[in-house]
Write a protein that binds this ligand. Structure first.
Ligand code: TRP
Ligand code: SF4
Length: 333
C-alpha cells in the first residue's frame, strides 16, 4: 500500500510562481509515489477573514484551477475543499478536548499572527477562539486521513510537530495505536524571490501569477532588480550581485544559457534590458502549456466544480470510515 500524504493551502486567490515552483510542482511529483490528499483550506481562511468572504468561492476556484493547470491530477490524487468534509470538524472537536491549552499557546506562527493582527485597527485585531484553534484544526485535517507525510513550508513544521504530539496523546488517552505520527516533508519554499528581491507574495505586489498572460509576465520581468552597481549596458556586470534577474535565469535557463549569460554580462556584452526581455520569453515558454490548461478550466468552471465534487465524495467516504473508528475508540454513543 502507498503511504499517504495530506496537504492543504489556504484559498488566497490566484497563485504565483513561488507556489508553483515551491509547492505545487512538488505535489505533482509526489502523486506518483503516494496516495495524496490535497485540499483547499477554506475553514483556515475564516480564522482571520471571517468577515471578508465575498470572494471566498472564487478564490477557492482560482486555487483549484491553478493546481489542475500545473498538473495536480484528479485521477491520481484526491482534491477537495476542506469544508465539504464535515467529519473534519467533528474530529477537530474531539482533538480540542485532549489538547492542553499551553500546547496551542506556544505555537510560533500563532504568535506572529497575533502581532500582525494587533497592529491592525478594529474588530479583527482580537484573537478569536477559532484562530487559537488553528493548529488543532490543521491537526484534524491531517489525522482525518491518518497521513504518513505532510508536505509543508518551514513555517508550518511546528504545526506538524503539534500534530504528532496530539496523535500520540490520543493514542495514550484512548489506549490504542490508531494514529500515525505524521512526518513533515519540507517544500522548497525559498526557491524564487519576488521581482523586488524580497519574498514573493501576493500582498507585496512583487509576484508573477501562474495565470498572468505572456504580456503581463514580460512587463513584470522588465521591472526585476538587476545588478544595482551597473550604470551603462556596456559596463561589466556582476551576475552574482544581480539580485533578481540572474537568479531567475538560474531557475528557468539551462546550463548553457546560464553560462553564456554570465560570460556576456561579465564582459559587458549584454544589456540588462535585453537580458530581461529574453528572460521574460523564457519564463513564458515554461509556463505556456500550464496557462493554456488554466484557460481551459476558466472557460469550463463546471469541470472544476465536478472535480471538487468527486474529490469530496472520495475523501468523505474515507473520512467517515476513520471517524467511525475514532468514535468507537472514544466510546461515543
Ligand atoms: N496552515 C497551512 C498554511 O497556512 C495550510 C494547511 C491547513 C495545511 N491545513 C493543513 C497544510 C494540513 C498541510 C496540512 O499554509
Ligand atoms: Fe543581470 Fe542580465 Fe543585467 Fe547581467 S545583464 S546584470 S545577468 S540582468
Amino acid at each position: 500500500m502507498q503511504k499517504r500524504i495530506v496537504s492543504g493551502m489556504r484559498p488566497t486567490g490566484k497563485l504565483h510562481l513561488g507556489h508553483y515552483l515551491g509547492v505545487i510542482d512538488n505535489w505533482v511529483k509526489l502523486q506518483n509515489d503516494f496516495d495524496c490528499y490535497f485540499f483547499v483550506a477554506d475553514w483556515h481562511a475564516l480564522t482571520t477573514k471571517y468577515d471578508k468572504t465575498e470572494n471566498l468561492r472564487q478564490d477557492i476556484l482560482d486555487v483549484t484551477m491553478d493546481w489542475l493547470a500545473c498538473g495536480v491530477d484528479p485521477e491520481k490524487s484526491t482534491i477537495y475543499v476542506q469544508s465539504q468534509i464535515p467529519e473534519i470538524s467533528e474530529l477537530h472537536l474531539y482533538l480540542s478536548m485532549i489538547t492542553p491549552q499551553n500546547w496551542v499557546e506556544r505555537d510560533p506562527t500563532l504568535k506572529d499572527m497575533a502581532k500582525i493582527l494587533k497592529s491592525k485597527e478594529g474588530m479583527a485585531s482580537q484573537i478569536n477562539y477559532g484562530l487559537m484553534g488553528y493548529p488543532v484544526l490543521m491537526t484534524a485535517d491531517i489525522l482525518m486521513f491518518n497521513a504518513d507525510f505532510v508536505p509543508v513550508g518551514i513555517d508550518q513544521v511546528a504545526h506538524v510537530e503539534l500534530t504528532r504530539d496530539i496523535a500520540r496523546r490520543f493514542n495514550n488517552v484512548y489506549n490504542c495505536n490508531f494514529f500515525n505520527e505524521p512526518q513533515p516533508k519540507l517544500n522548497n519554499c525559498s526557491l524564487i524571490c519576488g521581482l523586488d528581491g524580497n519574498k514573493m507574495g501576493k500582498s507585496f505586489n512583487n509576484d508573477i501569477k501562474i495565470s498572468d498572460t505572456a504580456e503581463i509576465t514580460a512587463k513584470k520581468v522588465m521591472s526585476a532588480i538587476t545588478d544595482r552597481s551597473r550604470m551603462r549596458k556596456d559596463d561589466p556586470g556582476h551576475p552574482d550581485e544581480c539580485e533578481v534577474a540572474f537568479k531567475y535565469w538560474k531557475i528557468f535557463g539551462n546550463e548553457n544559457e546560464i553560462e553564456t549569460i554570465r560570460c556576456e554580462c561579465e564582459k559587458g556584452l549584454r544589456g540588462c534590458a535585453d537580458c530581461k526581455r529574453q528572460l521574460g520569453a523564457k519564463i513564458n515558454e515554461r509556463m505556456a502549456e500550464i496557462r493554456e490548461k488554466r484557460k481551459y478550466y476558466e472557460e469550463k468552471p463546471e469541470v472544476v466544480q465536478n472535480i471538487l465534487k468527486d474529490g469530496a465524495e472520495k475523501a468523505r467516504k474515507e473520512a467517515k470510515n476513520i471517524l467511525k473508528e475514532i468514535r468507537s475508540l472514544i466510546k461515543m454513543y
